[in-house]
Design a protein around this ligand. Structure first.
Ligand SMILES: [Zn+2]
Length: 212
């Protein structure tokens, strides 16, 4: 149902309006079908609240004007998030740990690519994109270091942590399939997840169950 709705012509039209409204406010929604997802979710939510069909909601209640209102709310959320992320204080990372963190981004990409069809609670494509961005940023930072630890901070640090945290959370919850190829322990953990947790710690993050 949700997928069908997301692919319908009307949802696509509204999603285009939403994208445009966000761009006019100076922000871009993530690539792919994120706008369609947001619109379809909203439509289903309204339909449920009002006890009417999604078709009626699309015909009567989801206008270009309501897309502008929605865009305003989304852009505000994105700004709040960026502000929080920009404030992440820098952490010193040794060159050796930094190289292992790069390997962690590679592992995270492999796990995300294995789970492209499991985007219910986290979008694997966003993990892949963020892992690529983080790899570039941290590799360039490491290349400029002599043998001293480098400071990794701000938005890029937050994104790097988010990549590893997202993958760990999805694996622990059993929502994503692991790429380690070994039998997992009774608690659902494995050597790959342990490694990721150590690399997350190198970035000053933590990996205990339930953290986000
Ligand atoms: Zn595993």
């Amino acid at each position: 149902m949700a997928v069908e709705l997301r692919r319908s012509r009307k949802v696509k039209e509204r999603a285009d309006a939403l994208r445009e409204a966000c761009e006019q406010l100076g922000r871009q929604l993530p690539p792919g079908d994120s706008a369609e997802r947001i619109v379809a979710d909203k439509v289903e939510q309204i339909a449920q609240q009002m006890g009417i069909s999604t078709r009626t909601v699309l015909d009567r209640y989801v206008t270009d004007e309501s897309m502008r209102v929605l865009a305003n709310a989304l852009v505000r959320q994105m700004q709040d998030l960026t502000e929080v992320m920009d404030q992440a204080p820098p952490v010193p990372v040794s060159v050796n740990d930094g190289l292992l963190v790069l390997a962690a981004f590679g592992m995270c990409s492999a796990v995300a690519l294995r789970n492209l069809d499991h985007s219910e609670s986290a979008d694997p494509l966003i993990v892949v994109r963020d892992a690529a961005d983080s790899t570039v940023h941290i590799a360039v930072t490491l290349a400029q270091a002599d043998d001293d630890p480098v400071d990794v901070g701000g938005f890029q640090l937050a994104i790097g942590r988010k990549v590893i945290t997202t993958v760990l959370e999805q694996l622990r919850a059993g929502r994503w399939e692991c790429t380690c190829g070994s039998a997992h322990r009774a608690d659902g953990g494995c050597a790959l997840q342990d490694r990721l947790a150590l690399d997350l710690a190198s970035l000053g993050g933590w990996a205990t169950h339930g953290d986000s």
